[in-house]
Design a protein around this ligand. Structure first.
Ligand code: NAD
Ligand code: DAU
Length: 366
């Protein structure tokens, strides 16, 4: 499908920024990134994507006047919707913002899309909604992976809010004829992920010789998906996805958490042992004094309502979109750990929020 002017919501967050980097090389006239710059956003990541074709607007998806104005001003014909509150632990301690952004925010975008694209005789458009495998609930060890026909059984306030937003997208297609696609994917990992999620949190903690909190027995399983594979799948949904359809996207990479954390310890210990500069830069890293970071592992109380296993059956995306993950567990993890070691400035800045000041100085608020 030929689309010319794209609105990316949440484009200063982890997956959004990786998507914006990929989309830069696409034949498209204009890309507008709309992001509220919450704690999870990274202004410094945006530095690598902003150019004549790609603009940034600091604003909220729940601001219906702003969304409508941006759609008109930029003649938006495609929305790729990433913006969300995304961290399960935060949704357990403070669910309100999840309902507001993930449900009301998505609805605000849908209303604006309907208003602009379906008025009169309508115009070609696409609303792509980025969702999660967590809407399907949890799997037992021998259950088949989630397919698109699995029943929705969200277990956390986060997944319940994403499930609600999926249903709204479905309803806007079914009732009003909005041209939508939805992708439900597994756990992403890669560059630019905020260090509250398992992999970057463990990397930063290992480098500082801090304990590595393993929830419960650490045998919960996730299907790890390299972020570029996910972003390519979204592009394929735009190009070849059928209106109203849902596509599951996975990484063929089911691993227990404890294995992931041990792997990160090994990768970092090896790099620090080989590179004296790293040992000097991170004196508290156990590998800097010749010890193994595995000594930092600590089992802590389990997450309330913790889903035991996620796994994705992506045969529909393979058959209809030609999707297949390209990154292996080994290559993806090595790349990711290397990126965090090479980009200390990035994770330090996103953790202390200083780049928000840079953005405020360079981009006015709408
Ligand atoms: P993230 O938390 O890193 O980024 C979310 C972005 O949305 C941030 O830049 C934030 O500032 C922005 N945002 C939040 N509220 C906003 C609002 N009201 N208005 C405008 N912008 C707002 O999240 P992520 O990991 O990049 O996830 C992106 C999307 O993908 C989310 O919808 C998430 O549910 C979904 N998803 C993520 C994963 C994963 O493993 N990270 C897996 C499956 C699905
Ligand atoms: O499955 C897709 C989902 O993956 C996305 O929809 C969410 O936005 C994303 O945050 C992610 O959710 P998880 O809860 O699976 O990711 P998280 O990185 O928080 O945790 C991964 C696993 O590691 C999970 O089983 C909990 C566990 N964990 C996490 C942290 C932060 C720990 O054992 N210790 C920790 O400190």
């Amino acid at each position: 499908m030929k689309l010319d002017s794209m609105l990316i919501t949440g484009g200063a967050g982890f997956i959004g920024v990786n998507f914006a980097r990929i989309i830069q090389s696409r034949e498209i006239s204009r890309v507008v990134i709309l992001d509220a710059l919450t704690y999870a956003a990274s202004g410094s990541s945006l530095e690598s994507v902003l150019c004549d074709k790609v603009q940034f607007v600091h604003g909220d998806i729940r601001d219906s006047t702003l969304v409508a104005r941006l759609m008109d001003e930029h003649e938006v014909d495609c929305i790729v919707h990433f913006a969300a509150e995304s961290h399960v632990d935060r949704s357990i301690t403070g669910p309100d913002e999840f309902i507001s952004t993930n449900v009301d925010g998505t609805h605000c975008l849908l209303k604006a899309a309907k208003q602009r694209w379906l008025a009169g005789s309508g115009s070609p458009h696409r609303f792509h909604h980025v969702s999660t495998d967590e809407v399907y609930g949890t799997l037992k060890a021998d259950d088949p992976p989630f397919s698109e026909v699995n029943q929705y059984q969200p277990n956390s306030p986060y997944s319940a809010s994403k499930a609600a937003s999926d249903h709204l997208v479905r309803a806007y297609h079914h009732t009003y004829g909005l041209d939508t696609t939805t992708s439900n994917c597994s756990n992403n990992y890669g560059p630019f992920q905020f260090p509250e999620k398992l992999i970057p949190l463990m990397i930063v903690n290992i480098l500082h010789g801090r304990k590595l909190p393993i929830y419960g027995d650490g045998m919960q399983i996730r299907d790890w998906l390299y972020v570029d594979d996910h972003c390519r799948a979204i592009e394929s949904c735009l190009d070849r996805g059928k209106p109203g359809e849902v596509y599951n996207v996975g990484g063929d990479n089911e691993r227990p958490n404890i294995e992931i954390v041990r792997k990160i310890c090994d990768l970092i210990d090896t790099r620090v042992a080989e590179d004296e500069d790293l040992a000097v830069a991170f004196p508290d890293c156990l590998a800097s004094v010749g010890e193994s970071s595995l000594g930092l592992l600590e089992h802590v109380s389990d997450r309330p309502g913790h889903d035991r296993r996620y796994a994705i059956d992506y045969r529909k995306a393979a058959n209809e979109l030609g999707y297949a993950p390209l990154e292996s567990f080994e290559s993806g993890f090595a790349k990711t750990v290397a990126w965090y070691l090479d980009n200390e400035q990035w994770w330090r800045s996103v953790m202390d929020g200083s780049y928000k000041d840079w953005l405020d100085a360079n981009y006015s608020k709408r």
